[in-house]
Design a protein around this ligand. Structure first.
Ligand SMILES: Cc1cc2nc3c(=O)[nH]c(=O)nc-3n(C[C@H](O)[C@H](O)[C@H](O)COP(=O)(O)OP(=O)(O)OC[C@H]3O[C@@H](n4cnc5c(N)ncnc54)[C@H](O)[C@@H]3O)c2cc1C
Length: 452
């Protein structure tokens, strides 16, 4: 008899597990309360990148005088952008649903929770039912963290869920939080011509990133007129008819027409019935081993709920690995996920991407590394594209030449980092990159120059 595989949550983690498990012969049921595709399609990755793409096009057109053009300008049609985001979301939902249907996955629109180690209750429009399962995947994701002091109204004081797109285009947006999500908002709304203030709790935007990378972004923000309030921790937000005042712990205040909280997320686990099945959690995140198994081995958790890297790409790969593991394919070529080798990107301008070992971490560990860095100002394609900002940095082992990590700041960094990510995962040497015969002229040539 086929294994009964029940998945709660239809985001990237749930979808990929459902597709692969069904392909491997499982009888898959997926329970999703909102839309197939999850928060990633509805509020996070897709709408954010769609808005950033429009902001990027706007910026490019308005600075195209450097390309030898005159009288070229564009302005934002906010309603058209709204429609575009909805359209992309709808298309992705249809294609994801179509793929799941083609694999024979049973989809239930409803809310699921565990009632025991092998049973899941579903509340749907049709009432409550219970499903028996041999394998269960918990993939319910996370939601924005809202501090006690904030009364989010979705009109003036927003979380990321209200901002793609926001109810109206802010005249002046105060962004609280300078991590990846916060800086993407700063970039996007300043590209739309809004005045932006960023509240940075430390002395560096992107506190977890290479200081050189963060400095490049900070310089760009300052050049665009973004106000930076550094070393300031928001402790209150007062909303009135005209706007929001954000108050910081040192008494400084930032006043805007709107304010947006980008200060992390919390897992969606409190209504999952974890205790009914004996599943352990830590601060709401399901505790998992390297196979994404919880304390109950046939109950897995993936995506943001697993407390690993909160990235759609990681969630997708976890789902796939879980399907392989649950269906007995974890012998032979199966490799465990190595979260330290996950590439990530920040879709600002300049774009930022990194993978593997960071220079600052190697330094802190007292580890010997070789660092080679090449600016895009020496790259023909970057000059042709009139965007020579940024650099490529490759970190390798000085003894073996094996590539350990890298970071890229500049146009198409999110695409270019794939080469370094492949090298890090496959254990390639800098010479392997250097000796690849690349296209000319191409931004990728900066990679082989940095590998020289
Ligand atoms: C603003 C923003 C931008 C981002 N941009 C990127 C990006 O560019 N690239 C990237 O890799 N990552 C990005 N991320 C992170 C990415 O969105 C998440 O890591 C990813 O969505 C996690 O996938 P998931 O499957 O764990 O959960 P989700 O995508 O959150 O999906 C979980 C699903 O479970 C459903 N659900 C919850 N509880 C239940 C229940 N009890 N019963 C039934 N269904 C339930 C929800 O409705 C939801 O559909 C971004 C995040 C944010 C906040």
């Amino acid at each position: 008899m086929a294994k009964r595989f029940v998945i709660i949550g239809g985001g990237p983690a749930g979808n990929s597990a459902a597709t692969y498990a069904a392909r491997l012969g499982a009888e898959v049921t997926m329970i999703e309360k909102d839309i197939v595709g999850g928060a990633a399609h509805l509020w996070d990755c897709i709408p954010s990148k769609a808005m950033i793409a429009t902001g990027g096009a706007l910026t490019m057109i308005n600075r195209s005088s450097g390309m030898g053009l005159t009288d070229v300008s564009a302005s934002l049609d906010f309603d058209a952008l709204r429609a575009r985001i909805k359209n992309i979301g709808g298309r992705l939902e249809r294609s994801t649903t179509g793929l799941l249907e083609s694999q024979g996955v049973t989809m239930i629109r409803g809310t699921g929770h565990l009632t025991g180690p092998n049973t899941v209750a579903v509340e749907s429009a049709e009432g409550t039912s219970e499903i028996e399962a041999d394998v269960i995947l918990l993939a319910t994701g996370s939601r924005p963290r809202i501090p006690e002091w904030a009364s989010v109204d979705g009109q003036r004081l927003l979380t990321t869920r209200d901002a793609y797109p926001p109810p109206e285009l802010p005249e002046h947006l105060v962004v609280v939080g300078s991590g990846v999500t916060g800086v993407e908002f700063v970039h996007m709304f300043s590209a739309f011509g809004c005045e932006v203030t960023l509240i940075v709790s430390r002395q560096q935007v992107l506190p977890a990133k290479d200081p050189e990378v963060a400095a490049a972004l900070e310089a760009d923000f300052i050049g665009r007129g973004v106000h930076l309030l550094k070393g300031a921790r928001a402790i209150a937000a007062e909303v009135d008819a005209d706007g929001v005042t954000v108050i910081c712990d040192d008494g400084r205040q930032a006043r805007g027409s709107h304010a947006l909280l980008a200060i992390g997320s919390v897992p969606n686990s409190e209504s999952l019935g974890l205790g009914n099945a004996g599943v352990d959690c830590d601060y709401g995140y399901v505790v998992v081993n390297h196979n994404c198994q919880s304390s109950v081995p046939h109950i897995y958790a993936a995506g943001d709920l697993s407390g690993k890297l909160p990235l759609s790409s990681v969630a997708t790969m976890q789902g796939r690995k879980i399907a392989e593991h649950a269906m007995g394919l974890h012998v032979g070529p199966h490799r465990h996920l190595d979260y330290e080798k996950a590439a990530s990107a920040i879709f600002t301008v300049p774009e930022i991407a990194d993978v593997g070992l960071a220079e600052a971490d190697a330094f802190a560990e007292g580890r010997k590394i070789r660092v080679t860095k090449v600016p895009f100002s020496a790259n023909a394609k970057a000059l042709i594209d009139d965007d020579p900002r940024g650099f490529v940095k490759i970190i390798s082992d000085p003894a073996t030449g094996v590539v350990l990590g890298g970071s890229i700041v500049g146009s198409h960094a999110a695409e270019l980092i794939s080469v370094i990510a492949l090298a890090v995962t496959a254990g390639l040497r800098v010479n392997d990159i250097y000796e690849s015969l690349l296209v000319h002229p191409a931004l990728a040539e900066a990679l082989s120059d940095a590998a020289e």
